[in-house]
Ligand binder design. Structure first.
Ligand code: FAD
Length: 419
């Protein structure tokens, strides 16, 4: 079998090495747009902030590919797929044939059409090469456009490097797709406490400067700066799939075996539109654990094993300096369009905050800051099992303290919910 994988990221590598474990004869080729072995994108802000070295970001060495007889071809961005001829074409014009093809090319950084965005003082933190340029840049004042998880992590890293840091967010609060306003405002206060300036509900209109960045102009102010980081989100790459006539929606559409609508072409990772494991709804959770699991399913199916993807999990964290927050499931805002009996339970104790979203007495989401975040796993379990919250609360209240067997989870849940 000739297996070709497009993308040398988390998902692509998982497919390649999993297939190799089960099929010693397969001819495996990874076509990479980049020029380095697999690294962990989640580590890039830590590298930027000097918390780890460049070598620490890698998940593979060049030798790992040779040892496992995997052909990694650098600088080979695939530009089109011909499913009739079963070939792919790279930007250099090279053609590679396949028996089975895996699209694992992740998402693309969304670049907003802002005048000045092409200025050399404008960077991103999504890929290693870009992050290296930002790390080597000799600036002192930065504006981070966008306050998603990547933007906040980049802001922290630049602060650690001694920059004056400003975060500009178009939406009304930071981390808007992960947290509701009450959680986000608390995190904003924490960020400001670390000396990071945060402006929400503000739109960047222009990046000023010729050759070098001199300022960022928003609808409300002008911020003098010499560095801009674009962190305005990741959009799933669907253009390549469309060259093969593959069905796409928000991302590449796949079935439970990670097969696309075109025979012998699979897709996994940040480029796919998948389903929420808890609700069965269409979902786009571009997170590492989901990419790995989807790739494992694709690999099993490629080698002929029976397999079924159960769906993706919305679980993410936001961590900066000594503030730690986590979120799972739906935000309150995401439940706005759903009919049913909705309730939000909130709890606050010093710097620890918890909010749990209930829909018809079932947990559908939760957010926590501080030590309350440590107990979120218990709530995720309850959401997954679709436990009735009233029954949980009754059990918590009636569980005997001390001595009885199997009481620990209930006591822990009781502590978390303040019952
Ligand atoms: C700064 C940062 C922090 C993150 N933090 C977290 C976190 O804390 N927790 C978490 O769960 N997730 C986090 N993520 C997201 C996580 O990294 C992704 O979900 C995961 O990397 C997705 O894996 P992937 O293989 O689908 O895509 P990627 O890892 O993005 O790999 C795709 C690869 O394909 C290549 N490629 C693209 N187009 C082509 C083409 N046409 N031809 C050939 N190659 C191509 C790309 O260059 C890239 O190397 C973070 C991401 C970033 C950038």
């Amino acid at each position: 079998m000739k297996l070709v994988i497009i993308g040398n990221g988390i998902a692509g590598n998982q497919v390649a090495f999993d297939v190799r474990k089960k099929d010693r004869d397969a001819h495996i080729t990874i076509l990479s747009a980049e020029t380095v072995p697999e690294y962990d994108p989640c580590s890039l802000p830590y590298f930027l902030g000097g918390e780890c070295g460049r070598t620490d970001v890698f998940r593979k060495t060049p030798e790992d590919y040779t040892t496992h007889n995997i052909d990694l071809v650098y600088d080979s961005r695939v530009v089109s797929i011909d499913p009739e001829a079963k070939t792919v074409t790279t930007h250099g014009g090279g053609q590679i044939s396949y028996d089975k093809l895996v699209l694992a090319h992740g998402g693309d950084l969304f670049i907003p059409p802002i005048p000045g965005i092409d200025n050399p003082g404008v960077f991103s933190c999504k890929q290693l090469a870009e992050t290296e340029k930002l790390a080597a840049h000799n600036g002192s004042s930065a504006v981070v456009i966008g306050s998603g998880a990547i933007g906040i992590e980049a802001a922290e890293a630049l602060k650690r490097k001694g920059y004056a840091v400003h975060v500009v967010e178009l939406m009304d609060w930071i981390l808007p797709s992960l947290f509701d306003e009450p959680t986000a405002r608390r995190l904003e206060t924490a960020l400001k406490g670390y000396g990071i300036h945060v402006f929400t509900g503000e739109k960047v209109l222009e990046i000023k400067g010729t050759g070098e960045v001199s300022a960022v102009v928003t609808n409300l102010r002008t911020i003098a700066c010499d560095t801009v980081v674009v962190a305005t989100g990741v959009v799933p790459g669907t253009a390549l799939a469309r060259t093969a006539g593959i069905d796409t929606g928000r991302g590449i559409q796949v079935n439970r075996q990670m097969q696309t609508s075109v025979p012998d072409i699979y897709a996994c990772g940040d480029c796919v539109e998948t389903i929420d494991a808890c609700t069965g709804e269409t979902a786009m959770f571009q997170l590492k654990h989901n990419a790995i699991e989807q790739a494992q399913v694709a690999a099993r199916h490629i080698v002929g094993e029976k397999t079924r993807y159960l769906g993706a999990y919305a679980f993410a964290r936001a961590h900066f300096f000594s503030t730690h927050a986590a979120t799972f499931g739906k935000t309150q805002r995401a439940t706005d369009c759903i009919l049913g009996d909705k309730r939000v339970i909130e709890r606050e104790d010093k710097n620890n905050y918890l909010r749990v979203m209930l829909l018809n007495n079932q947990i559908v989401g939760g957010q926590a800051i501080g030590t309350f975040a440590d107990g979120l796993g218990l709530l995720i379990g309850a959401m997954w099992r679709k436990d009735d919250f009233m029954e949980i609360a009754a059990k918590v209240r009636t569980t005997p303290r001390g001595g009885a067997v199997h009481t620990w989870p209930m006591l822990r849940l009781g502590n978390l919910l303040g019952m």
